[in-house]
Design a protein. Structure first.
Length: 179
């Protein structure tokens, strides 16, 4: 899941860099329990974006990855007063979901880092980037939907096939109507 704060540039400009950083610390802290509860793993923070991953079985089991998304929304909603009083805004986000294989390893000489690499990251970023185009908070690839089992009370709607920048094949995108 690539989760990106909406209007973060405007928020950062309005708050200033120090207060914006404080807000980010609160924002990410408020996500922690939901990510743990739904067996997610925080791969990386990138400015106002967080990348959460799951082992496939953990993410699709009981729709954990989607339930995590809704739990994150609820976590922010529960903190509306805190964000309003401290920062004058309540942050909201959009997310993209996809599945695929990654290669994981240590990279670097001077500064070492453990990275995930693979087409799945680029594709997920492209999917998340289309949320504004479709005016939705969440987009999911057809590849992930195909791996999900039926039975959850989550309504999923197809938005049709899309051409993603840099991809040869069209990819079907879905959104969640309710949780």
């Amino acid at each position: 899941m690539f989760l990106d704060m909406k209007s973060s540039t405007t928020i950062a400009e309005n708050l200033g860099h120090v207060k914006y950083f404080e807000m980010l610390k609160d924002y990410y802290a408020d996500f922690s329990n939901s990510i743990i509860d739904y067996e997610g793993i925080i791969y990386q923070y990138v400015e106002d974006e967080i990348i959460v991953s799951w082992k496939l079985i953990n993410g699709i089991e009981n729709y954990n990855c989607f339930k995590c998304f809704f739990a994150l929304k609820q976590a922010l909603l529960n903190q509306t007063e805190k964000y309003s009083s401290r920062y004058g805004i309540v942050p909201v986000f959009k997310a993209g979901f996809h599945t695929g294989k990654v290669t994981t390893g240590e990279i670097g000489v001077i500064k070492k880092d453990i990275i995930f690499t693979g087409d799945v990251h680029n594709t997920t970023a492209r999917i998340q980037g289309l949320c504004n185009t479709y005016n939705v908070d969440v987009l999911i690839s057809g590849q992930l939907i195909c791996k999900m089992t039926s039975g959850a009370d989550i309504q999923i709607k197809s938005l049709g096939k899309n051409e993603l920048r840099g991809k040869k094949e069209m990819i079907e995108l879905f959104t969640i109507l309710s949780n």
